[in-house]
Design a protein around this ligand. Structure first.
Ligand SMILES: Cc1ncc(COP(=O)(O)O)c(C=O)c1O
Length: 388
């Protein structure tokens, strides 16, 4: 490329176009606030797609990461590490469900790919039942079980296995989709991208019962709704349903990329050496951060805080364009009288960053667990100003 052509390219054009860009130039973060290049302070109710569970600059998170970076930045899973073992034990204890082992990976999609692989291996079947409006990631298997992906962005010549999509909360439809040929049912107990849509205990219990009846495995994708976001360690706990596998990411590292696949005893016991693998998964910096995130959630009583803040948003923010709420904890959907995109833009003009979803009239909130009541009041004031 010659000098003239090079100078015509803006710095942003050097990046592949991933997501439409918010009109926001963020230079730093502090607690629940983002600082922009032009001197604005923006209240972050979106947390970088549900990641920033502790906000920005959390002292415990920062100290754990920097201390680990100084002492040992990396060793792979071929080398036993105390920090990795500690993180696994801490995560299993935090979950307080019937899980026996953890496989640490790097992203939500990777966790889901591995969960599916385990289900195919264990059952020797090749069909998966997923849900309408689901989102599970962008890789070949995770994209195959994501609702609408094949029509919009899937990109691979064919999906690697059979998939059917069930209507949400429709108990009568389960038996038709989940049969003796089904390896796994995969479900987000509270759908994220689908619009902060809570599936509820009754429906999830019905999925559990059908999986047991036909010998399929139940996988909970808690990449977005897990790690305390629903006010319990996991939605599985909130709804009282034990899956065979659970995937989680996002808040797990609260800003450091990492993910995990939790396996119930029968899956854990069937895992053979060399069936699973990763270079970066379970790296010491990720594990130090996982430990620090759980420590912060427990020592700062953030689960109770998530529940209280959620209740406050529900009671105080039914104003202006908002007519109803859905979701759980701090994965909330605010139903709006006009397109959520418009409300999103109006909030951003008032220095509040929210999220949207696949549902055009749902404004999605995924704030840090450390959000306080004064911040909720700022949201209320902005919604009142925007009007219905
Ligand atoms: C429920 C759910 N599963 C999986 C994923 C994919 O995670 P990742 O982008 O880390 O691959 C996402 C991402 O938004 C998600 O919300």
């Amino acid at each position: 490329m010659n000098a003239v052509a090079r100078s015509a390219v803006t710095p942003q054009e050097l990046l592949a176009p991933v997501f439409a860009q918010y009109p926001l130039s963020v230079v730093s973060g502090e607690g629940v606030w983002l600082n922009t290049r032009d001197g604005r302070r923006v209240l972050d109710l979106y947390g970088g797609h549900a990641v920033a569970a502790l906000g920005y600059g959390h002292p415990g998170w920062t100290a754990a990461l920097t201390a680990q970076a100084r002492s040992l930045s990396f060793q792979s899973n071929a080398v036993p590490l105390e920090i990795r073992e500690r993180a696994a034990a801490r995560l299993l204890r935090f979950a307080s469900l019937d899980f026996a082992s953890v496989f640490f990976v790097n992203s939500g999609a990777e966790a889901n790919e591995n969960a599916l692989k385990m289900a195919f291996t264990l059952t020797q079947r090749a069909h998966v039942a997923a849900l309408e409006h689901s989102f599970h990631g962008r890789t070949a298997a995770a994209g195959a079980i994501t609702y609408g992906a094949r029509a919009k962005w899937y990109g691979f010549p064919r999906t690697p296995f059979d998939v059917s999509f069930m209507p949400r909360r429709d108990e009568d439809a389960i038996a038709q989709h989940v049969t003796e040929r089904t390896a796994a049912v995969i479900v987000e107990p509270v759908q994220g991208v689908g619009g902060a849509f809570d599936l509820g205990a009754r429906y999830l219990q019905a999925l559990r019962a059908r999986c047991d009846a036909v010998g399929a495995l139940l996988i909970f994708d808690e990449v977005q709704c897990g790690m305390g976001r629903v006010g319990e360690p996991f939605a599985a706990k909130l709804y009282g349903v034990q899956p065979d596998m659970l995937t989680t990411a996002k808040a797990l590292g609260a800003g450091f990329p990492c993910a995990a696949l939790l396996m119930a005893p029968r899956v854990a016991n069937a895992t053979k050496l060399d069936a699973l693998g990763t270079t970066f998964g379970g790296g010491p910096m990720a594990c130090a951060v996982i430990e620090a995130v759980i420590e912060a959630i427990e020592s700062e009583q953030l689960l109770a805080r998530v529940r209280a803040t959620s209740a406050q948003i529900r009671s105080r923010c039914l104003v202006g364009p908002v007519v109803a709420h859905q979701g759980e904890g701090l994965l909330l959907g605010l139903r709006t009288t006009r397109p959520a995109k418009e409300v999103h833009a109006a909030l951003l003009e008032r220095d509040i960053l929210a999220g949207t979803s696949a549902d055009p009239t749902i404004l999605r909130l995924l704030p840090p667990f450390t959000l306080e009541s004064t911040h909720v009041e700022l949201l209320r004031d902005a919604l009142l100003e925007i009007g219905g």
